[in-house]
Design a protein around this ligand. Structure first.
Ligand code: NAG
Ligand code: NAG
Length: 270
């Protein structure tokens, strides 16, 4: 499920033309849908209706689609998946600027556990001991009346994370039971809070990008599960490049993953 902003039509199209267009990966069925809210601008609303008719892959929740309502978008997504996807073993929540890689995810899941195992999984890039933002001018401002603790429970970065069916049910149940403060914590923090309330622990996977942007390298992008901050045209270009030739060998993947990390860190230092 891709949480998308109504105006990001090009981002959605790039996803459909790349990873979101996959329907069968490693012999398993996958499906990509987009989650949005309601828009106040009639022009955009009309475009969305046309897009929905043409593509049939938009889900619209009953809330105003604004940045501060992103948590409501995730809640709608969980509720929808709980209700309409009882057959799905896993749900990935992905932002619309993320190059996601279902094949790399399934490979990782297959290696790390029995894919049909019923246990809880809350997988992504885990942020440890993050403190709430107490700066009133910040867009993530969270006053202590809304969240009194000095630190959040560890949570998966919201750019992309994966829930197993049982974790989805537990977290969604905890979310319906938890009071909605104003302002709401950021959506990924909120999911982390619900996960803790439900007794579901986040699991870290280094194949999910976070923080520094990962510079393009074919073997590295082939192995990563998610890479954030990708423009629509980059997504098309990288996807074509990654799939244009033979899979990289185990050795070149190892080497290039290390190199990607170093280059990502250098990139932020320069
Ligand atoms: C999982 O691993 C097994 C054994 O290596 C392999 O036969 C199977 O095709 C893999 N499945 C997926 C979905 O990658
Ligand atoms: C969030 O959505 C609700 C329901 O549509 C709306 O009443 C509220 O104004 C929205 N909040 C913001 C900050 O946009």
């Amino acid at each position: 499920m891709v949480t998308s902003a109504p105006a990001n039509l090009r981002a959605r199209q790039a996803i459909r033309d790349t990873w979101g267009g996959e329907v069968r990966v490693r012999g398993l069925r996958v499906l990509t849908l987009f989650m949005l809210g309601v828009v106040s601008d009639p022009g955009t609303a009309k475009l969305l209706i046309e897009e929905a008719k043409e593509r049939g892959d938009l889900i619209q929740g009953r809330f105003l689609d604004t940045y501060s309502n992103l948590t409501l978008k995730t809640l709608s997504m969980l509720g929808w998946a709980r209700r309409f996807c009882p057959q799905a073993h896993f749900l990935a929540k992905v932002d619309d600027d993320v190059l996601f890689n279902p094949s790399a995810l399934l490979h990782f899941l297959n290696k790390s556990r029995d894919p049909y195992e019923q246990g809880d999984l809350y997988l992504g890039r885990v942020h440890l001991r993050v403190a709430p933002d107490r700066n009133p001018d910040s867009k993530h401002y969270l006053p202590s009346r809304a969240y009194p603790s000095y630190v959040f429970p560890d949570y998966c970065s919201g750019t992309a994370y994966v829930l197993s069916r049982s974790a989805l049910l537990k977290i969604s149940m905890a979310a319906s039971a938890s009071p909605l403060s104003t302002p709401l914590p950021p959506e990924d923090v909120f999911i982390g809070l619900c996960a803790r309330a439900a007794g579901v622990l986040p699991l870290h996977c280094p194949l999910f990008s976070g923080g520094p942007v990962v510079p393009f390298s074919r073997c590295c992008y082939q192995a990563m599960v998610s890479i954030h901050q990708i423009l629509p045209r980059e997504m098309l270009h990288y996807w074509a490049d990654v799939h244009s030739s033979q899979p990289c060998s185990w050795l070149s993947v190892r080497a290039s993953l290390g190199l990607c990390k170093v280059r990502a860190m250098l990139g932020t230092a320069l």
